[in-house]
Design a protein around this ligand. Structure first.
Ligand SMILES: C[S@@+](CC[C@H](N)C(=O)[O-])C[C@H]1O[C@@H](n2cnc3c(N)ncnc32)[C@H](O)[C@@H]1O
Length: 264
């Protein structure tokens, strides 16, 4: 099975409904709002004048928000539909950015050079089978003293069945997990094509951290968060502005984590 083709097709189908959703609120972004959350703003620090590579950038709002803060940005995504939207937003809003349609694993066919910062966020590692290969690419594309920052859904969340909230999947990586769906995590995201198939993997925290350390990066900081910054799963309630938790578990479980690594 070609996982990437399946996932690319699904993301191409989901993207137009995301662009139209209240969840992504493209209109506010066009009017100047940033799509970035406090976790990545604090984790990335001052990006002004930095060469920044954004992996799995979807349709580019976060990438362009970083460009608005003065970074020289390059965004990469598997979905050609998402990359086209990103390029259109960049030219419509006159925000300079470079967008590349590529599988992350094929990056060295499209890019050479190196970056001060590599960033990736919220729903990315679950689309990648081999984290060792991914981490080697992160290392390869960082300048000496460059910073890698990820903020990601906590793998514990992926163990839960989001209907009955019981543990369903392994916390640890097993084989590929296949799903069939015709909607995603945003409002109004029903796709025209029905029964889209896609494939994901769960990666434990130790797998994520070890892959980056084994590739040669040094751990600078690691955090876990007792809330989600998006209302992106069923049965969530907002406990404070921009902080969402499952009604059943509240803040007793981890929802997000972040890792900052340096290439010395
Ligand atoms: C949940 S989105 C990332 C979320 C992003 N922070 C956002 O909301 O704007 C996941 C993205 O990963 C991309 N993707 C999945 N597999 C990929 C791969 N192998 N290489 C590059 N991009 C990939 C998808 O096309 C999708 O745009």
């Amino acid at each position: 099975m070609n996982y990437f083709e399946l996932n690319k097709e699904s993301w191409n189908e989901f993207t137009p409904s995301h662009v139209d959703s209240d969840f992504y609120d493209v209109e506010s972004f066009k009017n100047g709002a940033s799509s970035l959350n406090h976790i990545e703003l604090e984790g990335l620090g001052d990006v002004s004048g930095k060469d920044l590579l954004h992996l799995q950038c979807h349709f580019g709002m976060d990438t362009l928000s970083l460009a608005r803060l003065g970074a020289n940005v390059t965004g990469v995504d598997l979905s050609d539909v998402a990359i086209q939207v990103a390029k259109d937003l960049s030219s419509e809003l006159n925000i300079p950015a470079n967008f590349i349609n590529s599988n992350v694993y094929d990056l060295d066919k499209h890019l050479d050079g190196a970056y001060d910062i590599i960033y990736t966020s919220y729903g990315v590692l679950n689309w990648l089978e081999d984290l060792d290969q991914w981490a080697q690419l992160v290392h390869r594309f960082l300048k000496p003293n460059g910073v890698f920052f990820i903020v990601e859904f906590h793998p514990f969340i992926y163990t839960l069945d989001h209907q009955d909230m019981k543990i369903k999947e392994s916390y640890f990586k097993t084989g590929p997990m296949e799903s069939i769906a015709d909607e995603s995590y945003t409002d109004g995201s029903k796709t025209e094509k029905k029964n889209l198939k896609y494939v994901e993997w769960n990666h434990s925290l130790s797998e994520a951290i070890s892959s980056l350390r084994n590739a040669g990066l040094q751990l600078e900081s690691f955090n876990e968060y007792p809330y989600q910054v998006y209302n992106c799963f069923d049965h969530m309630v907002e406990i404070e502005k921009g902080k969402w938790v499952f009604e059943k578990y509240g803040s007793k479980i981890p929802y997000l984590y972040s890792i900052k690594m340096i290439k010395n």
